[in-house]
Design a protein around this ligand. Structure first.
Ligand SMILES: [Zn+2]
Length: 411
C-alpha cells in the first residue's frame, strides 16, 4: 500500500531535471526525455508507454510491480542504426516523436550511469512476417522467393520499429495552427483534467500523450530509406482492427495493407526498399465504439447504405468526418531521413497532402486494384473517390453515389 502524502505534479519541478532543448544539434545538447515517475529528474508531462501507462499503474496498484523498477536494458539496443539525419535537428520538422528515442543507452550513457532513469521511446528489431495474401501471391506467381526479402515459405524478412508518441507542444500547436496556450488548455480540459501541468507548467514543453504509437515495417535495408536514389515504396496505414485483423469486408483496409506489403516486397526485390508505417488511430481515430455505431446508422438509414451518405453518417455520430490528423504523420518519415517516396501506396489526399506539405517528394501514387475491393466496401471507396481521393479511373457521379451498394445488417 502507498503511504505518505500525495505529491501534486502541478507546481514545483524536479530539482535536478535535465533541460530539454528540442531540435538541438546533438543528443547531448537536446538532453534526455525523462518521463519516469520518480520525481527528481522528470522533465516532461505524462508518462512513458502511451496508453499502456495505465496498465503499469494497475500493475503497481495490484502489487505486481514495484513503482521503483528500473528497466535492465542489457542487449536491447536497436538491430539497425537509424540516423541521425538533418531532419532530427530542426525543431519544427519532427514534433511528435523523440528522434533520439532508440539510442538513449548510447546517447545518454553518462546520465544513466549517474542514476537518471532514461527509457527508450523507440525500439528496433528484426522479424519474419507471414501473411496468407503473400503466400497466395507466391502460389499465383505474382511474387517469387529470393531467399533474402522473401523466403520459400512465404515469410518476408523485415526490420520493424515501435515508436511511442513524444510531443513537443509548441511544435504540435504550430502544426494545427493554434496557440500553444490553447492546445494545452484543451488537452487539459478534454482529458478531464488528467494532466494539470499542461496549464500550470509552461516550462515543461514535452508531453507523453496517453495514445497509441506507430509500428514501422521495413522491407530491405533501413539505411536505404534516406537515399532518394533508391526506389522507395511506402504506405502509411491507420489501424482498422475489424478489417486488418478480423477480415471484416465493410472497408478496404486489410486488402490495401496486404497489397502495399506485396508492392513493398516487389520494390525491395527490384533493389529498392519498402516501408509500411502503421498508426494506432482506430476508426479514423474515433475509436471502435463510434465506428460500429456508424455502421449501424449507415445500414439502417432509409435508402440503404449509400456512398452519398457515407461521410454524413460519421459526422452525425462523431461530429466530424475524421480525427486522424495526418499533420503529425510525416514525422516518422523524417525520422528515417526520407526525402522521396517513389511509389506511395495510398489514394488518400489527406495523407498525400501531409507528406508533400512536409517537403517529401512523392512520385507515383498506387491505388488499390479493383479486384481487391470487397463488395460491401464499394460504398466506402466510392465515397472517398468522390471526396477527392486519388484514382486513375472514373470518379463516381451523383447518381452513382445514391445507389445502395452496402449489405443490410442481416446479410
Ligand atoms: Zn477499415
Amino acid at each position: 500500500m502507498r503511504t505518505g502524502h500525495v505529491r501534486l505534479t502541478s507546481h514545483s519541478g524536479g530539482t535536478d531535471a535535465p533541460a530539454v532543448h528540442w531540435g538541438a544539434p546533438t543528443a547531448a545538447e537536446r538532453g534526455p526525455i525523462v518521463g519516469t515517475t520518480a520525481r527528481t529528474h522528470r522533465n516532461v508531462i505524462g508518462a512513458h508507454s502511451g496508453a499502456y501507462g495505465v496498465y503499469r499503474a494497475l500493475a503497481v496498484a495490484a502489487g505486481k510491480l514495484s513503482a521503483d523498477h528500473r528497466a535492465d536494458l542489457t542487449d536491447t539496443a536497436p538491430t539497425d542504426r537509424i540516423g541521425p539525419f538533418p531532419q532530427w535537428t530542426d525543431p519544427t520538422t519532427i514534433v511528435s516523436l523523440d528522434p533520439w528515442g532508440a539510442m538513449v543507452t548510447d546517447a545518454f550513457a553518462d546520465q544513466i550511469a549517474a542514476g537518471i532513469d532514461i527509457r527508450p521511446t523507440i525500439a528496433v528489431t528484426k522479424a519474419q512476417v507471414i501473411l496468407p495474401e503473400i503466400v497466395d501471391a507466391l502460389a499465383k506467381g505474382r511474387l517469387v522467393p529470393d531467399g533474402r526479402i522473401l523466403l520459400d515459405t512465404g515469410a518476408a524478412q523485415v526490420t520493424k520499429a515501435a515508436v511511442e508518441p513524444v510531443w513537443h507542444l509548441p511544435g504540435v500547436a504550430a502544426r494545427f495552427g493554434c496557440s500553444e496556450n490553447d492546445l494545452r488548455r484543451v488537452l487539459f480540459e478534454e482529458t478531464g483534467g488528467m494532466y494539470p501541468e499542461l496549464v500550470t507548467r509552461p516550462d515543461l514543453e514535452v508531453f507523453l500523450p496517453p495514445i497509441g504509437g506507430q509500428t514501422v515495417y521495413i522491407f530491405g535495408a533501413p539505411e536505404d530509406l534516406a537515399d532518394p536514389t533508391v526506389e522507395l515504396t511506402a504506405r502509411v496505414h491507420d489501424e482498422c482492427n475489424g478489417s486488418d485483423v478480423f477480415g471484416s469486408d465493410i472497408c478496404t483496409c486489410r486488402p490495401y495493407l496486404t497489397h502495399a506489403i506485396e508492392e513493398c516486397i516487389n520494390g525491395a526485390q527490384r533493389g529498392g526498399v519498402g516501408l509500411v508505417a502503421y498508426s494506432r488511430k482506430e476508426g479514423r481515430a474515433l475509436g471502435e465504439v463510434t465506428k460500429f455505431l456508424v455502421y449501424n446508422a449507415r445500414k439502417r438509414q432509409a435508402g440503404g447504405d449509400t456512398a452519398d451518405q457515407y461521410f454524413t453518417r460519421t459526422e452525425c455520430v462523431a461530429g466530424v468526418q475524421d480525427m486522424r490528423f495526418q499533420e503529425l504523420m510525416p514525422d516518422v518519415l523524417h525520422w528515417f531521413g526520407v526525402t522521396k517516396i517513389h511509389r506511395l501506396v495510398s489514394m488518400s489526399n489527406m495523407k498525400y497532402d501531409a507528406i508533400t506539405g512536409a517537403g517529401i517528394d512523392v512520385g507515383e501514387r498506387v491505388s488499390i486494384p479493383d479486384e481487391l475491393i470487397p463488395a460491401d466496401a464499394r460504398v466506402e471507396i466510392d465515397a472517398k473517390m468522390a471526396a477527392g481521393y486519388y484514382t486513375p479511373g472514373e470518379v463516381p457521379d451523383a447518381e452513382e453515389l445514391k445507389r445502395p451498394k452496402g449489405r443490410g445488417l442481416q446479410g
